[in-house]
Design a protein around this ligand. Sequence first.
Ligand code: ATP
Ligand code: MG
Length: 569
Amino acid sequence: MKWTKTLINTLREDPGDAEIDSHKLLMRAGICRKNGAGLFTFMPLGMRSLRKIEQIVREEMNRAGALEILMPALQPAELWQKTGRWDTMGANMFRLKDRGDHFMAMGPTAEEEVTDLMTNIISSYRQLPVTVYQIQTKFRDETRPRFGLMRSKEFIMKDGYSFDTDAEAADKTYWNMYKAYEKIFARCGLKATPVQADGGDMGDSMTHEFHALADAGEDGIASCPSCGYAANLERAERKIEERNDAECPAYEKVATPNSRTIEEVASFFSLPPTSFVKTLVYVADGTPVMVCVPGDRDVNEVKMKRLLSAKSFALADARTVEEVTGAPVGFAGPVKPAKADIKIYADFSLKGARGMIVGANEGDSHIKNVDLARDASIEQYADIVICGAGDMCPKCGAKMELKRGIEVGQVFKLGTKYSDAFHTVYKDENATEKICIMGCYGVGVTRTLQAVIEQSHDKDGIIWPASISPYQVVIDLLDPDNEEVVKVSDELEKTLEDAGIDVIVDDRQDRPGVKFKDADLIGFTVRVVVGAKGLSKGGVEIKRRDQSKEEMKIVPPDQAFDVIKELLV
Ligand code: ATP
Ligand code: MG
């Protein structure tokens, strides 16, 4: 394929709205063009990589026994109403009406659609287990579309759904998919780490997210270098050493004018934040609760939500705080709040804490010498803070590390949430009707493409893994008017193509510098330079994109193919 025929359009400048390297490179290398906020066109170059990723996903899903289908992206509202998600999906879901005045959704995901479909197909245990999947466009009206394909309004997802006879079989399917995901990301050249994640609406059910570790990642991950435990920060737990502070005298009130935040109070008392209890008022499903954590920690709202099995959980507004505490915002504490029957939850690291300083539930005042067990009525101690670096691993006790990750995929045990709603049943060997156990499995196909770029680039551009490079080989044809040079280039192009290797020949009438720069920017896996000067010295120059100039090989044209093949392995 010749460069001049492929509509390649690289940019010299980074786009103004691109914050992270992979977004800049995506646009500069001409992989994508922006159409609007969170909306992108895949250009011919980008399409090639995208199709290769899709093909890897397809092959591994098929190999795992899943069956490809294609459902409409446009979904009737009735399906969503059946599970109540028409209401709970909120503003994230694009909604519209057809001409008959029927509400529809532009599918953000497809659990309802697939369950409805399969309910009408599954009747006997003989059809189970079955997993279906599709590679389809999804729509989400994200609060902040950003980072290019990472968080867009329209993106391509591989979504798969499994139906099993019982929990044991569903567990087997889950781990089968988990293994397929490991293969998918490895084949795409992406280092993706599986981490435990929060089950969201599904409560405590099992789920793993696959994260491409990268500083630009939006998610925090706690991981243990010793035993391999890894969890999304929303979920990550920690081990705590039992605490039994020395007895303290009776508590007393201290005037703390204008000191509200932990920093302000800490500097007022000249004590570290760990001497304080941070108390926050939240509203869980309409009922206010108090949450106490050590002064140097933050409340993990996801853990709290799960602890309370709450549908909604959010910080209380100022009025509620005043009603609950009897004080202006900033002085809440667990000792005698105005609302005496409020439930107070404390982090388990505060169990046995004595001599603490807490808000006095009174303006400009704090209380010191608080023994939580003695002076406050704590409903429950639980792990409710966000893990930090150095926290102890819940499995082995070693110090954990914090990393950042890009969620490229997720596997999820759904249980019977959807099969209950749609009455997805099968008849067992005794003709007894039983409910199907479901699982769902998503890969962000377009996000994966960009995550590869985020993990694999340098200051000059993208470094594509051979498996998903738009073209595996670029031939920089330095003297397009020199017959001898063109002949060598044409022959090599044909040999490569015949061997099933994608090759593009930069046949532009441009200076070598321009060609090298573009080849590096787009990041084709292997670069071959064919020019008159080189040939007169007996060869073509070959180097992989991630190799240095010093590692470049100069080989006679008839050996080029073998050298290239070796570099592509
Ligand atoms: P996030 O937490 O990043 O919003 P999610 O957990 O809501 O993602 P899922 O419902 O698990 O996403 O969707 C499966 C996969 O689809 C995700 O793992 C991710 O790779 C991809 N994905 C989700 N939202 C987007 C988006 N707005 N743009 C691109 N890819 C997305
Ligand atoms: Mg997810």
